[in-house]
Design a protein around this ligand. Sequence first.
Ligand SMILES: NC(=O)c1ccc[n+]([C@@H]2O[C@H](COP(=O)([O-])OP(=O)(O)OC[C@H]3O[C@@H](n4cnc5c(N)ncnc54)[C@H](OP(=O)(O)O)[C@@H]3O)[C@@H](O)[C@H]2O)c1
Length: 270
Amino acid sequence: MPTIETPHLIMPKLGLGTWQLRGAECARAVADAIGLGYRLIDTAEMYGNEDGVGQGLRDGGVPREQLFVTTKVWWENLAAPDRALEASLARLGTEYVDLFLIHWPNPAVPLPATIAMMEVLKERGLCRAIGVANFTPRLLREAIDTGAPIAANQVEYHVMLGQDPLLALCRENGIALTAYSPLGKGGLVDDPALARIAAKHGVSGAQVALAWLLGQEMVAAIPKSGRAENMKKNQAALTLTLDDEDRAALAALPKDRRFVNPAFSPDWAD
Ligand SMILES: NC(=O)c1ccc[n+]([C@@H]2O[C@H](COP(=O)([O-])OP(=O)(O)OC[C@H]3O[C@@H](n4cnc5c(N)ncnc54)[C@H](OP(=O)(O)O)[C@@H]3O)[C@@H](O)[C@H]2O)c1
């Protein structure tokens, strides 16, 4: 499994997203993914599945230190990330997570205070690295300016949503960009433009979408799947090489399609 290496983390390029997987189905999906060679599992307190993820981590039969587990503190809980992480660890049944993220920004809670508390959690060994999610370039700069070791920013990123300024800022600062909803919540997998490129390589549109992300420096992707056959196909995207013609066709696609945009989102143009 290829990795991203920064001063603050070593993270697999491909992981399993678990949003909307619950209970026994979630545990089975996580264990299947680990059996197939996945080492990064992405969850959050908000997903209500950390118990299932924890069961899957144990059922996967791979030593904990070989796995990379990400969880997130919900935006309404940013005043007490310590309480949130302690509860997440209890549900996951693990002593630490590899990456602990702010799930969404919250303008009502001062960012430096939350980040300072997260740094203490890192010093206590409850998380190996800290980071953010859904941070725009302006918010990410604010996080970087605290001087804390911000390791990753997890944002929506796929062939139909551009993130050039954010990616440039991440690269300048040694911050990994994790692409969430890399398949547009499944909405991209039947796209005709992707299907045309896929047919040329004898693969699927989903694999083309993932290969586009995985071929980018400092970018990781965490497609969700509850099915082993799709997990396997997504893994095969790691070895799919797109050519100049493919990349030009993908560059010509619209870059403003957002599949995740709740009412509490930041101003994305910021
Ligand atoms: N930080 C945040 O705010 C945030 C927000 C959204 C998501 N995330 C994270 O990112 C993860 C991924 O995003 P997502 O769940 O929104 O959507 P996604 O990964 O873009 O798409 C998931 C959908 O694609 C289908 N799929 C997966 N592989 C496929 C394949 N090879 N061929 C055809 N269909 C395939 C899945 O169906 P099957 O299950 O049937 O395979 C599922 O319906 C989440 O699970 C979560 O961990 C984070």
